[in-house]
Design a protein around this ligand. Structure first.
Ligand code: C2E
Ligand code: CA
Ligand code: CA
Length: 755
């Protein structure tokens, strides 16, 4: 192997202060501070049975760098392929895993295989589904350490980037911890084994072997000493060698042909420092009794930062390892400290919590997890260095606020932990370090945090369980109460469970066709003729209880189920309209509620075309009721969609008007036909101020040339008032309740009979 090195131009020399000096072949030194990550990548495995998802993911992430490295993608279309890749390709950082593939649970089933059989605990898993009722149980998320859980509708660049960045960050951190733990064990073992070696040559031989093992390469290297007090010309002697270098044992270094190896060794001995090179490393092993010593080991590839750190510790202490306790301690520090922010890491926190549990103390303790809101976005927008600086400052502030007996740790990318007496770990105290803006690089940045607190009495198990449980609280807080500090209560887990249960029931009710529609008439105020109907969905669950759509529609919306369910609703509403028309009710329209999630779905236009095509119905008889919340998303894109929907011929109505955010200018831009006054205003129209508001809305609608309808009319007087104000139409229990189809037909027939 000797003399077989690629022709390199640059050598990196690490001086004691850790600053790098660049030495080129011409011998002129230059300076470089940056770590070159350019040829390193993060490996991402996309596992999905739909080719479009692969393409969409690639497209969204094209030219994207995360933490200074490029991404390298691997593709699997089923579990078997995914396993194959995981087994053969090393260092995959993140798997984007589809839940439903060859079976409805294929993705989920893969998770225990990854964790338990392949023992891949660093790999970050991001589950993706079309609908979250395919979501795994909380227990699964917890037990298998699933990083994130995303809907496929979240395939936007921004969202993908944010979740991948946090996954990669946490992978990197886990790897560092894992690697240093492994390295630590090896060093400990190496040191104790080295102690039993007899004679310098054996010792030196052992050093080569152990360093090679530490680097995970075959032992290939030499140890060279500079003999002192000898007035000989060549004072550099090779005292031990392994692999191809064996023949050089006990020969002077000058006998080795000029090569990177000899150069690195000289460099290391002359400067008394470690010299790292792409293909190998010369480690300075100073020793007063044995003279200066340097060990060269061929690594073949550049050495990672973790390995460099470990090697440095190894070298600094190798000569002293015999009886120096502080050596072991400094190694321990390395495996239990987060090197970026200088706080205890997750390992260390686990130990602290375990110690507390074992002490059976009377003082109640709590664990808080604190997460910086939008950190991934900040990081993406302002750069990783800026992000690191923010983390360091946050760590410092937390440390300053929570001193002994509290422990502050960093447990994830942007997640910190505080463990201490419950009386200390309180909402206000946790928020305090983040009250003042952070000044980084001359810029002021206000950070908001979300935190979850779990009293240790609520936790079964050890430190690692405590951290997992706190993570669940944090996750829920992030979803529901971003920017706040949330206390753990059992209701949280129960709520999450029962929502998940309801979602599952809803899904199966939907699949089993147990949902149905009711129809509520709308009437013209001038002559009380029926102008149309609003279709409303109903669900009677297996216990016979009617679940309010106010309860389950949001669930369907969050889970994505609304996409299919909404299509079903529209189809059935249109079928009913067709039936009514066939019965001679020609001039009536059908209103259907359209959720924002439906409007924002990429296929909404095709869906609408498809459904009207099936029934061959004129879309101008169909009114889609949308709410002002569409203004909260991508307004411009939503407006364009609405324009297209109008072009197809549908009518559009602004539902629940007055409760949302739309401004007058915005309203002017909306391609709507109708304004529907929210029933809360109609309710209050009995009072003077309430009446004024309703009147104002009616006027607004008329000014914009819109049809104005009032919903939720429950009393005759309200109808009279609305008519006086010039409102066009009404809908409400006073006139007619929502009815099932047979009842509706009876109601209509009865009216007809009355004339
Ligand atoms: P919404 O669109 O504002 O629907 C009107 C709601 O007011 C309906 O409640 C209706 O039964 C109720 N209502 C009608 N007249 C009166 C009245 O005089 N007094 C009172 N107090 N209430 C009246 P429902 O059916 O429980 O629906 C609640 C909400 O659930 C709806 O509000 C809508 O946002 C959503 N929803 C219902 N069905 C669907 C659907 O098919 N698709 C979608 N996307 N959302 C739906
Ligand atoms: Ca409505
Ligand atoms: Ca409404």
């Amino acid at each position: 192997m000797s003399g077989n090195f690629p022709k390199d131009k640059d050598l990196f020399v690490f001086k004691d202060e850790g600053k790098m000096i660049l030495i080129t072949d011409t011998g002129s030194p230059g300076s470089s501070d940056t770590q070159d990550d350019d040829d390193r990548v993060w490996r991402i495995l996309i596992t999905d049975d739909e080719e479009e998802v692969h393409q969409a993911t690639l497209y969204a992430l094209r030219d994207t760098k995360i933490l200074t490295r490029n991404l390298e993608f691997y593709h699997a279309y089923n579990s078997a392929q995914a396993l194959d890749i995981l087994r053969t390709v090393p260092d995959i950082a993140v798997i984007l895993l589809d839940v439903v593939m060859e079976t409805s649970n294929a993705g989920l089933d893969l998770v225990p295989v990854i964790r338990e059989q392949l023992k891949m605990n660093d790999l970050r898993i991001i589950l993706r589904t079309g609908e979250p009722n395919q979501a795994p149980e909380i227990d699964v998320i917890r037990d298998y350490d699933i990083n994130d859980y995303k809907l496929k509708s979240d395939l936007t660049k921004k969202k993908l980037y944010a979740s991948l960045t946090s996954a990669v960050r946490s992978y990197k951190q886990l790897r560092t911890i894992e690697d240093s733990k492994k390295g630590l064990n090896m060093i400990l073992q190496a040191s104790s084994e080295l102690l039993t070696q007899e004679g310098l040559n054996n010792f030196a031989q052992g050093v080569i072997i152990h360093i090679a093992a530490l680097l995970g390469v075959a032992p290939e290297g030499v140890i060279c000493v500079r003999r002192r007090d000898q007035h000989v010309e060549e004072d550099l002697m090779i005292i031990a060698a392994a692999g191809d270098y064996c023949s050089l044992i006990d020969r002077p270094l000058s006998e080795m042909s000029e090569s990177i190896t000899s150069r690195l060794l000289r460099e290391s001995l002359d400067n008394r420092c470690n010299v790292f090179h792409k293909t190998g490393v010369a480690l300075y092993l100073g020793s007063h009794t044995r003279g200066d010593m340097s060990c060269y080991v061929a690594s073949g590839t550049p050495i990672s930062d973790v390995d460099k750190g470990l090697l440095e510790i190894f070298c600094n202490n190798i000569a002293l390892c015999a009886d120096n306790i502080s050596f072991l301690e400094s190694l321990k520090d390395y495996a239990f400290t987060d090197t970026l922010v200088g706080l205890p890491n997750r390992n260390a926190l686990e130990e602290v919590i375990n110690r507390y549990i074992d002490q059976k103390s009377d003082v109640p303790y709590s664990l808080a997890l604190i997460d910086i809101d939008n950190f991934a976005e900040i990081n993406a927008a302002l750069g990783q260095e800026y992000g690191d600086q923010l983390l360091k400052t946050a760590a410092d502030r937390l440390k300053a606020r929570f001193y002994e007996p509290n422990t502050v740790a960093r447990v994830g990318g942007d997640t910190f932990a505080v463990f201490g007496p419950t009386s200390h770990v309180q909402k206000k105290a946790l928020l305090q370090p983040f009250v003042n803006p952070f000044q980084i690089g001359g810029e002021l940045q206000l950070l908001s945090i979300t935190a979850g607190i779990v009293p240790l009495t609520e936790i079964q198990g050890r430190g690692s369980e405590a951290i997992k449980d706190a993570s669940i609280v944090l996750k829920q807080a992030k979803n529901q109460s971003r920017g706040q500090v949330v206390m753990f209560h059992h209701k949280m887990v129960d709520d999450a469970r029962s929502r998940l249960q309801m979602l599952r029931n809803l899904r199966s009710a939907f699949e089993l066709n147990q949902l149905f529609l009711v129809f509520q008439p709308k009437l013209k105020l001038s002559d009380l003729s029926v102008t149309g109907f609003e279709a409303l969905i109903r669900w009677k669950d297996s216990s016979g209880r009617f679940v309010s759509p106010g309860e389950f529609i949001p669930l369907a919306e969050q889970s994505g189920l609304i996409i299919r369910m909404g299509e079903w609703i529209l189809r059935n509403a249109i079928a009913e309209l067709a039936l009514l028309r066939a019965k001679g009710y020609m001039n009536t329209s059908m209103a259907v509620n359209l959720s924002v999630a439906q409007l924002e779905h990429p296929d909404v236009l095709e869906m609408l075309m498809r459904v009207i095509g099936e029934n061959n119905i004129d879309p101008s008889f169909i009114e889609l009721e949308i709410t002002e919340s569409i203004a909260m998303g991508d307004i411009e894109a939503n407006l364009r969609r609405l324009e297209k929907i109008r072009e197809i011929g549908f009518k559009l109505s602004m539902d629940d008007f007055g409760t949302g955010f739309s401004s007058f200018t915005y309203l002017q831009k909306m391609p709507i036909n109708c304004l529907k006054i929210d029933r809360s205003f109609v309710n209050r129209s009995n009072t003077k101020s309430g009446r004024e508001i309703v009147e104002m809305i009616v006027q607004l609608g008329k000014t914009l040339g819109l049809n104005v309808i009032a919903e939720g009319v429950e009393e005759e007087v309200q109808g009279v008032l609305l008519k006086e104000m010039g409102c066009h139409e009404v809908q409400g229990f006073f006139y007619a309740k929502p009815m099932e189809r047979e009842q509706l037909h009876q109601w209509l027939a009865a009216r007809k009979a009355r004339g």
